[in-house]
Design a protein around this ligand. Structure first.
Ligand SMILES: NC(=O)c1ccc[n+]([C@@H]2O[C@H](COP(=O)([O-])OP(=O)(O)OC[C@H]3O[C@@H](n4cnc5c(N)ncnc54)[C@H](OP(=O)(O)O)[C@@H]3O)[C@@H](O)[C@H]2O)c1
Length: 284
């Protein structure tokens, strides 16, 4: 049984690959640049681009399950190609905002886009589908890595903003289960970390992990937005600013902490301290 992992060279995808290999599965990876994929030798890396449906036939041939990275506009074509290729099970991740836990989430820029991608998979005719809706990622702290390395400083708005950020390995662990076990068809799992953590606490966790103090230099929302042009779509930057401003003013407006990771995997979701220890080298 071959499992195709798209996004396999990314932060979540690399863990999905590791988990599947550890479970003894035959793993195929999709990458636009197989020559620089840097995946373990047991993995067959196939060249393909999710936005180019014709490039997916070889990757999907003989595949039983697929992990689907959210290149949102590409989901309808991928799901149709998977159905045609006889793929039995597809696991897509989107984001917790798709669950619409708050009025803020339902009004977000990303909400209709995530929901449309999910609906495209759900209505594709693929026999089994699962949607993972992870909270904002702990890896978002990597946005701060270069200024921490160079100046021991984090520049961001809303130090009190709080969210139960999730470790990429926990998203992957649930993904690997949904790819390999029955019982997850038509599930939409919202996944969070084990506790809401403020941005101040995130910065402190990085400082603890690297053994030196990291200062928080507060930016205004507009100063921060001006730094995001290269790595965030304006709609997502607006969604984040709204979430941060609301949760900084009132922490009870954060996404609730959920036990889904622990219930599914049998181990607690990884904390911010574990994440900072795992990534200390990025900040040192
Ligand atoms: N950051 C958050 O808090 C958050 C929360 C919820 C959801 N999300 C979603 O998570 C995604 C980012 O995940 P990540 O941080 O794990 O990503 P990442 O580390 O940046 O990795 C991106 C992966 O996607 C693959 N990829 C990108 N475009 C592709 C294409 N056109 N065709 C085939 N593969 C493609 C890349 O593969 P190659 O380069 O090898 O082709 C790579 O493996 C975003 O879509 C975002 O909407 C983010």
């Amino acid at each position: 049984m071959t499992i195709l992992v798209t996004g396999a060279t990314g932060k979540i995808g690399r863990h999905v690959v590791q988990d599947l290999l550890a479970a003894g599965k035959d793993v195929r990876a999709l990458s636009r640049q197989p020559q620089t994929a840097g995946l373990p030798p047991e993995v067959t890396v196939v060249e393909g681009d999710l936005t180019v449906p014709e490039s997916l036939a070889a990757a999907l041939d003989g595949v039983e399950s697929a992990f689907l990275f959210p290149v949102l506009d590409a989901i309808p074509d991928f799901a149709a190609s998977a159905k045609r290729a006889g793929v039995q099970r597809v696991v897509l991740f989107t984001g917790a905002w798709a669950a619409g836990h708050t009025e803020r989430d339902r009004g977000s820029w990303v909400y209709p886009r995530y929901r449309a991608a999910e609906a495209a998979l759900e209505n594709s005719g693929v026999a089994e589908w699962t949607v993972l809706r992870p909270a904002p990622f702990q890896t978002n702290m990597l946005w701060w890595a270069s200024s921490v390395r160079a100046e021991s400083v984090v520049r961001a708005p809303y130090p009190a903003a709080t969210c139960p950020l999730i470790h990429e390995a926990d998203i992957a662990a649930v993904g690997a289960l949904a790819l390999t076990e029955g019982g997850h068809h038509a599930a939409r799992y919202t996944l969070t970390g084990p506790a809401a953590v403020s941005q101040t606490e995130q910065v402190a966790a990085i400082g603890d992990a690297i053994g030196r103090e990291v200062r928080f230099e507060e930016l205004t929302a507009e100063q921060w937005r001006a730094t995001t042009g290269k790595f965030l779509r304006p709609g997502i930057a607006s969604d984040l600013l709204r979430e941060w401003s609301e949760t900084a003013a009132d922490p009870s407006r954060a996404l609730p902490v959920l036990k889904t990771v622990e219930e599914l995997t049998g181990r607690p979701a990884r904390s911010i301290a574990e994440w900072a220890a795992d990534h200390a080298a990025d900040f040192a």
